[in-house]
Design a protein around this ligand. Structure first.
Ligand code: C2E
Ligand code: CA
Ligand code: CA
Ligand code: CA
Length: 279
């Protein structure tokens, strides 16, 4: 047993070294990626329940890695967060999304909203309001066509500060959504105080919404509560017609998920928008 234990220990340290090694490589690659501009956005349509039309798109980061190809955010956002590189990457995402929207509008696409994810770290940056002003001025898009998504857990890190930040953004005319709602333990009293336009019900509640009565009740209660507070509800991760029907029955306002479309690269989202956007 002892010998085995030692072997296990050696194996374990080798594995740890490999993990540390991989992590260092990833960090280095990320730094280079920022310099070389290897980030791009895919866009996932958001469908307005009452009309069936696309009223907006969520911008989702992708990394075009020179060796590994297209990398999704779960592979690099955690490290980007820890190292602070997310601030630079997030700035690229914000600028790219707003420039893309300006280009779509210039090309004659009907007005639609673009939603950009903000990391907890970005949300707390003192220069974020100035950055937003710059981006809006540079691109000339109307501020209400930009939506910022802040996760419930980042809003709840320091709710009092979050309320102040959110108020500032709201005064600029930018729209706001609480992302991953239901996973971050906000109390009902905070929900009332967060000056946001929408809540996004987390995918984990939507997944079994048509079969699990707990999830169904949580979703139904969230939608009712949001409406009482004058907020809209977006359901994310809608994959099936049954989920769609349930959410329709609960008067959910906006739907997003593979059932309608996966996140699409810019060249594929344009034809989709031409066919489905609000006229
Ligand atoms: P999120 O903000 O909750 O985004 C939704 C994620 O669910 C996206 O994953 C999307 O592709 C995926 N999704 C959409 N519909 C469905 C569906 O019907 N079924 C399933 N199974 N998944 C669906 P993605 O693009 O891999 O992004 C993952 C996370 O990375 C995002 O979760 C967000 O937290 C983060 N992220 C993405 N872009 C940015 C960004 O620009 N800045 C920051 N800070 N975070 C970002
Ligand atoms: Ca999001
Ligand atoms: Ca989400
Ligand atoms: Ca989520």
């Amino acid at each position: 047993a002892k010998a085995g234990g030692r072997n296990n220990f050696q194996f374990f340290t080798e594995e740890m070294n490999q993990t540390v090694q991989e992590r260092l490589v990833l960090e280095g690659d990320l730094r280079v990626a920022i310099e070389r501009g290897e980030f791009l956005l895919h866009y996932q349509p958001q469908i307005e329940m009452s009309t069936g039309r696309v009223i907006g798109v969520e911008a989702l980061l992708r990394w075009q890695h020179p060796v590994h190809g297209l990398v999704t955010p779960d592979r690099f956002i955690p490290v980007a967060e820890e190292t602070g590189m997310i601030v630079a990457i997030g700035e690229v995402a914000l600028k790219t999304a707003c420039r893309q929207l300006a280009a779509w509008l210039a090309a004659g696409l009907p007005p639609l909203r673009v939603s950009v994810n903000l990391s907890a770290r970005q949300f707390k940056q003192d220069n974020l309001p100035a950055l937003l002003q710059d981006v809006l001025r540079e691109t000339g898009i109307e501020s209400h066509l930009l939506e910022l998504e802040i996760t419930e857990s980042s809003a709840m890190e320091n709710p009092a500060d979050a309320i102040l930040h959110l108020r500032g953004f709201r005064e600029m005319g930018v729209e706001l959504a609480i992302d991953d709602f239901g996973t971050g333990y906000s109390s009902l009293s905070y929900l009332k105080l967060f000056p946001v336009h929408r809540l996004k019900i987390d995918r984990s509640f939507v997944k079994d919404i048509d079969t699990d009565t707990d999830d169904a009740e949580i979703a139904a209660a969230t939608i009712a509560l949001a409406h009482t507070l004058g907020k809209e509800v977006v359901a994310e991760g809608v994959e099936t017609e049954a989920q769609c029907r349930f959410l329709q029955g609960q008067r959910c306002d906006i739907l997003q998920g593979y059932y309608f479309s996966r996140p699409l690269p810019p060249e594929e989202i344009v034809p989709y928008l031409r066919n489905n956007a609000v006229p």
